[in-house]
Design a protein around this ligand. Structure first.
Ligand code: PMP
Length: 462
């Protein structure tokens, strides 16, 4: 019966038509306009190899989104596959509640070694939003455990994004994504992020830090922490001026609030350094990790904390100081095992990043000259190409025009997967992409913009 060569999962060959029918009948896709999706011919991926994924027809696509900002070393990487298989032959999962497992311990030690100095404790979760939830709750309870029960607000930045669970939405509500939940959210204060492009202000960095300082000065007794994205990702790849994180660190020290840096998107080499915090040499009190942590292989995340934060949770069993929070799959051994090998490979890859990033910038230049491109923004291997109706006024396309999708569809037809968020086309290739592969991907993007000119011109007239 159990012939080792016979797949237990794929018992029979299923046609694309059948798969599409089942997909449309049974799945509800994340961040997807399902009405349009059901009317479309979806891409159904069957396998991956290197920086390409292959659909069930055998068509290859460059993974220009890194499977939504996760993938580091490409797909089906022998070392990463082996890490999982080796661990699988020992155990797939056991709980971290009150006990431990071998890869979770070893990976925590490695994480602390590479994290900004002073982050010493690893609290495992199983996704990025989960890392943010844990950080928010740790920050609030950190103060409550010391008797400062009024310190329960989190100061965030407009247009930052921290995930889709309610706590994460609470610190970064977005009118379009979260309109139905706004009344459910706590009144966390927010200030402007330093937006260095076409800013009305002559000094957006000073403006943002001054607004932060004003709020901290006025409400330090109510504010538990500041939460920030070191590069605004889903907000459209906004790279703040140098000095922002350092400025926040100083303000948080001065006004005695914790600093939470959400490195879910930026961590593990994405901006060219292991963590974005390393660029300004700061240590947050709490750091949120996800996405690239496992090389894009398995759902694992972590919230890192300093010893000072951790120690506030130590007390007698009836002191109420314990952090009663946890996920069933926290510290999953398969995830931790593959994450360990991800780090081995990443340490070999990091020295190659500066050249790749520089070349990528130069190849992207022609896209900035396209008639409907307002700006090309880049932080390492995070690229945002903003589409505008008018290059002079920088007016954006209406959401219903789905202008970004016109270009993304062209790119897809030519073998590159990219995905817009509103008017910003996000391009996030896997870090392992070779120079040839990167050049090829950018060529496809350039061609997609060129081929979309007429259609974008029509939309711009509306
Ligand atoms: N924080 C940031 C900065 C993110 O970009 C994301 C996801 N795009 C999240 C948190 C949420 O991560 P996840 O999707 O794994 O919940």
């Amino acid at each position: 019966m159990n012939d080792a060569r016979q797949s237990l999962v794929f018992k029979e060959k299923i046609s694309y038509e059948k798969l599409a029918e089942l997909d449309k009948a049974y799945l509800w896709h994340p961040f997807t306009h399902m009405k349009q999706y059901i009317a479309s011919e979806p891409i159904i991926i069957e396998r991956g190899e290197g920086v390409r994924v292959f659909d069930v027809h055998g068509r290859a696509y460059y993974d220009g989104t890194s499977s939504i900002w996760l993938n580091v070393h490409g797909h089906c990487v022998p070392e990463l596959n082996r890490a999982i298989v080796e661990q699988l032959e020992r155990i797939a999962h056991s709980t971290l509640l009150g006990m431990s497992n071998v890869p979770a311990i070893l990976f925590a030690e490695r994480l602390v070694k590479i994290a900004p100095q002073g982050l010493k404790r690893v609290f495992y979760v199983d996704n990025g939003a989960g890392a943010v939830e844990a950080a928010i709750k740790i920050a609030v309870q950190f103060w409550a455990n010391q008797g400062a029960k009024n310190k329960r607000l989190i100061l965030g930045f407009y247009n930052n994004y921290h995930g889709d669970t309610l706590g994460a939405v609470g610190v970064a509500p977005d009118d379009m994504f979260h309109w139905a939940f706004l009344s459910l959210l706590p009144p966390h204060p927010r200030v402007p992020y330093p937006y260095p492009y076409r800013s009305q202000s002559s000094d957006p960095l000073a403006e943002s830090l001054e607004a932060t300082e004003k709020l901290l000065r006025q409400r330090r007794d109510e504010i538990a922490a500041v939460i920030v994205e070191p590069v605004e990702g889903a907000g459209g790849i906004i790279v703040p001026p140098r000095g922002f994180l350092k400025g926040l660190r100083e303000l948080c020290n001065q006004y005695e609030v914790l600093l939470i840096v959400d490195e879910v998107a930026t961590g593990f080499g994405r901006t060219g350094s292991m963590f974005a915090c390393d660029i300004e040499k700061i240590t947050p009190d709490l750091m949120c990790l996800g996405k690239g942590i496992s090389g894009g292989y398995l759902p694992i995340g972590a919230t890192l904390a300093t010893e000072k934060v951790f120690e506030a949770f130590l007390g007698e069993v009836d002191s109420g100081k314990t952090f009663f929070h946890g996920h069933s799959y926290a510290g999953n051994p398969l995830g931790a095992a593959v994450s360990l090998v991800n780090l081995d490979l990443l340490e070999e890859l990091m020295p190659q990043m500066p050249e790749k990033i520089e070349k990528l910038s130069s190849w992207l230049q022609p896209i900035a000259d396209e008639p409907f491109v307002g700006e090309v923004r880049q932080a390492g291997f995070m690229v945002g190409i903003e589409l505008v109706k008018d290059k002079k006024t920088k007016e954006g396309f209406a959401y219903r025009d789905q202008a970004g999708w016109k270009v993304a569809d062209m790119a897809r037809n030519n073998g590159l997967l990219v995905r817009p968020i509103g008017n910003v086309l996000i391009f996030m290739p896997p870090l392992v992409s070779t120079l040839d592969e990167l050049e090829d991907m950018v060529q496809i993007l350039c061609e997609a913009f060129r081929a979309s000119r007429d259609e974008l011109a029509k939309l711009a007239k509306n």
